[in-house]
Design a protein around this ligand. Structure first.
Ligand code: ADP
Length: 493
């Protein structure tokens, strides 16, 4: 049984650890998934901000600059498709021509109004013959998969020449969209056509980095760094967390409860066995005395001797009264309340009761037991004498049982105004502070008592307390481990 319970403990602990590990693993997976979702949303927000900034720059391109120039862009693509593949090679040119308003209209430089600007625009619609400022950029491209992307990239070249992408401009768009990210412009080793994540956030390094092309043909890109604090991710998993923690706690509580129940049943079984053993041990002595007395009655020679006869009758009486005391003890301990115990109150001499108990005490063979009545007073006490004897008997028996090879027991009693105090002190094993709080509980035995082979079921002191309370009194203990104990019974008078 012990082995099985131990195995059960180990299995339960392993189950708890495995269960917690699995829950932790699952939670981590859920965390990674939530983080990826947040990253996806953040990347989409950054893409929208980049598009926004591009639209702002595109609008600015269509307006006259501060030097009264208006620019026109022209793209030329000469491509050949690779028949074996789905890509194409191309030679592309971006031509940017800037027209000066004063030169085109042939008017002196100076202040201009709306009328002149309108006339300038109209002239450019029909006449582009006037020489402008030209910037021309040519690219030889290989493996282009999409012509639309190429045209967009050519437009980006022109836009980047006329309205360059700036970190400050991007920051103001990010701010207007309430996105907290920092941007930095980078030059790539190769052409970048699509945005891509260059660093994903994790639980311990919560910063993500995404790269967006700014001017693919000139290999210019912008990198955004964005912090995704763990509490943001955890916040999005709040209900999952609460659910997992509650289920785990419930599971652990069930397992612990199950083990505790099995341990309790195991303890009860052990107590039951020990109880039966002690009962048999206690009953054996008076029964064998009675057996001996009955066989002596058959011996005519012994019966003829009056002294021997009286001795045998006396022994039989003691054995019978021991049996009866034992049964009443068994009966009394089953009462739940001290008030239910019947009392036969009478006045009796305390010294006589103490002397009788000292005389009756069993002294184990080979052990030195010294029991002293150290009281100076002669006290008459009103009580149930049988119960006082049983209390004293139990305390003396324990003092003998829980001590080494030699023990000295000192019994003292005195009267106060309203009560009688009887103390039984020994210089035995002593009791720890934690155990002192529990030794009067039914079936409680200290660990050292349970581990040793000393008989007992943990009912002795519970019985002493029950009898003291039946008299309206109490019992207390003062003890130090290794030094001894003092039990004090108080009976009100
Ligand atoms: P039992 O003797 O059957 O174990 P008791 O109720 O009489 O039960 O005692 C409860 C526990 O208190 C014992 O297991 C023992 O460890 C401790 N105890 C009782 N009396 C003494 C004592 N005089 N010295 C040391 N320990 C004691």
């Amino acid at each position: 049984m012990e082995k099985k319970v131990k195995a059960l403990y180990v299995i339960t602990i392993a189950c708890i650890v495995a269960c917690l590990g699995m829950q932790g693993w699952w939670l981590y997976g859920r965390y990674v998934y939530s983080l990826a979702e947040i990253e996806k949303v953040t990347t989409a927000a950054l893409a929208a901000a980049v598009d926004d900034y591009r639209a702002v720059r595109s609008r600015a391109m269509g307006q006259m600059d501060k030097n009264s120039r208006f620019f026109m862009t022209n793209y030329n693509v000469d491509h050949s498709r690779n028949l074996s593949q789905s890509t194409m090679d191309a030679k592309a040119t971006v031509t940017i021509t800037g027209y000066d308003m004063f030169e085109v209209l042939g008017i002196p430089r100076g202040k201009v109004g709306k009328k002149e600007i309108e006339a300038f625009r109209e002239r450019l619609k029909t006449d582009l013959s006037h020489p402008g400022i030209v910037e021309e950029k040519a690219y030889a491209l290989k493996g282009i998969s999409n012509k639309v992307d190429l045209m967009e990239a050519l437009a980006d070249v022109a836009m980047d020449y006329l309205k360059p992408f700036t970190v400050a401009g991007m920051d103001s768009v990010l701010k207007s969209r309430d996105i907290s990210a920092s941007a930095r412009i980078v030059s790539a080793d190769s052409m970048i056509w699509k945005s891509r994540a260059i660093k994903n956030a994790s639980l311990f390094a919560p910063e993500m980095q995404v790269l967006f092309p700014v001017n693919a043909l000139d290999r210019k890109a912008v990198v955004f760094s964005c912090r995704i604090p763990p509490d943001k991710v955890l916040g999005s998993m709040l209900w999952t967390f609460i659910l997992v923690i509650s289920v785990s706690l419930m599971l652990i509580a069930c397992l612990v409860w199950q083990v505790a129940t099995i341990a309790r049943l195991n303890r009860i079984d052990k107590t039951r066995r020990s109880f039966i053993q002690t009962m048999v041990h206690e009953l054996k002595r008076p029964v064998s005395t009675l057996k001996m007395c009955v066989s002596s009655l058959e011996n005519e020679k012994m019966m003829a001797d009056e002294t021997v006869r009286q001795e045998i009758i006396g022994e039989s009486r003691t054995a019978i009264s021991n049996l009866s005391a034992y049964f009443s003890r068994l009966r009394d301990i089953t009462y739940n309340e001290a008030g239910q115990i019947p009392l036969n109150i009478e006045a009796c001499s305390l010294r006589e009761l103490v002397s009788e108990e000292i005389r009756k005490t069993d002294r184990p063979h080979g052990k030195s037991v010294r029991i002293l009545d150290v009281s100076a007073e002669e006290i008459e006490v009103v009580c149930d004498p049988l119960h006082i004897s049983q209390m004293l008997g139990n305390l003396i028996e324990n003092a003998v049982k829980y001590s080494g090879d030699a023990v000295e027991i000192r019994i003292d009693f005195h009267r106060d105004d309203h009560c009688v105090e009887i103390s039984v002190a020994d210089d035995g094993n002593g009791i720890s502070e934690a155990d002192c709080r529990r030794i009067f509980d039914k079936f409680y035995r200290t660990r050292s008592a349970s581990d040793s082979d000393k008989p007992g079921v943990g009912l002795g002191l519970a019985y002493v307390r029950l009898l003291a309370e039946a008299h309206g009194g109490s019992v207390s203990v003062r003890s130090r481990e290794g030094e001894g104990s003092v039990f004090t019974i108080t009976i009100p008078q």
